[in-house]
Design a protein around this ligand. Structure first.
Ligand SMILES: [Zn+2]
Length: 463
């Protein structure tokens, strides 16, 4: 289940990043996304002139420049001032490290070896996905094959680091001088990685002896700390949760506490009565769970039985952003001060915050209650909340109706998909002011990509 949820998360990530033909083209984009109610719904907004947030906006190009007390979630791509590194599947069992060069607007495997086919161990960009060798003593069925699927890439002190297949690899930005600096023991199965308060924290499932063939799932999570200079990984604590939390996703860490999105289904409804419905609702566990990474002790942080989708809550900087369907409010919970305030009110439907970029909080309105049953629900509406002025505004779709996606920053501008046709689409540089104003026609230096040529290119990740 955990794996499944993570896969869903990756799919969502890919969807947001629009990294294949289907998602880039998004031919079903519906332009009528409740725009009357929300695009300029400023009357419904509480204005806050200042905010306490130590925001994760403008993620640093080199993580060592990031010295304030916030948390960064590390994943399969990392942007620098020259382009974007990404780990992309080559086939079922292996990956390539690729670099999308913003100056050339081209993506290539991170390998400069002549005549290299980039699919073997001697290639700088090649990552093999080995099966974890745990002697069958897994908490899952011993016959299942397990790969450590989680991967991350980041730049630190001028070098690229990659977590893949229980190894931490280091290389120069051009892919040369590649070495393995740490082997994480096989019993750990990395699930996510964060950079918090100058420390690298890896969340890992722990494989333990499968007693009596009982199907225990992810019953133990370990928090590991990676020390790059000492080239070692140490275990900080174990959190035992005995089958109780099969669907949890770590959102972030603040002050030695990890915050988890918790989504445990309630009792199955065997009959369609009010009692059965109430029972299902009351036995569900949804909200946010707080776990101390030094002691492994856990407690409920937010409880919300109405929460349905997993993207209604997000952790950015030192704040948790949380949409309550009951209150129809997007809350900001500042973990430093404990202050909880409503940022956006009268926000109906299923909503979620994805990120903060340049002082703008990006949020989606997915659909309303009445639309869940509909066969063709509308595509999500995308909006931003200006943290300075408190105003909300729609992020207009591009011409043709597809979502406006910014996938990077280059020389002070954004890189965004500006238009598309049946066979190709264009990426252009646009000034920040023009982007937020929705004046996409002012984009300059556009590059055309044919869909048939862009297999596995990562377009997205910023807005
Ligand atoms: Zn190669």
């Amino acid at each position: 289940m955990r794996q499944k949820l993570i896969s869903i998360f990756i799919l969502i990530y890919i969807f947001l990043c629009g990294c294949n033909k289907d998602t880039v083209s998004n031919p079903n984009g519906n332009k009528n996304i409740n725009s009357e109610n929300h695009s300029t719904g400023n009357s419904a907004v509480q204005v806050h002139e200042s905010t306490n947030i130590i925001s994760s906006e403008a993620r640093p190009f080199d993580i060592s420049e990031h010295t304030n007390g916030t948390n960064l979630k590390l994943g399969v791509s990392w942007e620098t001032d020259k382009g974007r590194y990404a780990i992309l599947p080559l086939n079922n069992s292996s990956y390539n490290i690729v670099f999308f060069d913003y100056a050339l607007m081209k993506q290539y495997p991170l390998c400069n070896k002549p005549n290299c086919s980039h699919n073997g161990e001697d290639c700088n960009s090649f990552l093999h996905n080995f099966e974890i060798k745990s002697g069958g003593n897994l908490t899952y069925s011993p016959t299942e094959t397990h790969y450590s699927r989680f991967k991350s890439v980041f730049m630190y002190n001028g070098r690229i680091y990659i977590l893949s297949n229980n190894k931490i690899i280091s290389m120069k930005p051009d892919g040369t001088d590649r070495t393995t600096i740490v082997n994480i023991p096989d019993k750990y199965h990395p699930e996510s990685m964060f950079y918090v308060d100058g420390k690298f924290i890896i969340e890992a499932s722990v494989y333990t002896q499968n007693v009596d063939n009982k199907h225990e799932i992810n019953s133990v999570t370990a928090f590991l700390q990676l020390d790059i200079s000492k080239k070692e990984v140490v275990e900080l604590s174990k959190w035992e949760h005995h089958n109780e939390e099969p669907s949890i996703i770590m959102l972030g860490i603040f002050n030695e506490n990890a915050y988890y999105l918790r989504s445990v289904e309630g009792e199955l409804m065997t009959e369609s009565t009010q009692e059965a419905y109430d029972r299902a609702r009351n036995t569900a566990k949804r909200g946010v769970l707080k776990v101390n990474i030094k002691t492994g002790e856990s407690e409920t942080f937010i409880e919300d039985q109405l929460a349905f989708q997993f993207d209604y809550v997000n952790f950015i900087g030192n704040c948790i952003y949380y949409h309550s369907r009951k209150d129809k409010i997007m809350y900001e919970i500042n973990l430093e001060s404990g202050e909880k305030r409503g940022l956006i009110t009268n926000l109906e439907g299923y909503c979620g915050v994805t990120t903060i970029v340049d002082g703008k909080l990006i949020y989606y309105i997915n659909y309303n209650e009445s639309e869940i049953e509909k066969k063709e629900s509308r595509s999500p509406g995308k909006f931003y909340y200006d943290m300075k002025t408190g105003k909300t505004q729609e992020i207009k779709p591009i011409s043709g109706g597809s979502e406006a996606i910014v996938f990077g920053r280059y020389r002070g501008d954004y890189l965004m998909k500006t238009s598309e046709s049946k066979d190709s689409f264009q990426i252009g540089r646009i000034s920040k002011a023009d982007f937020w104003a929705g004046e996409y026609n002012k984009a300059k230096e556009t590059f055309t990509f044919e869909f048939k040529d862009i297999k596995n290119i990562l377009f997205g990740g910023l807005i």
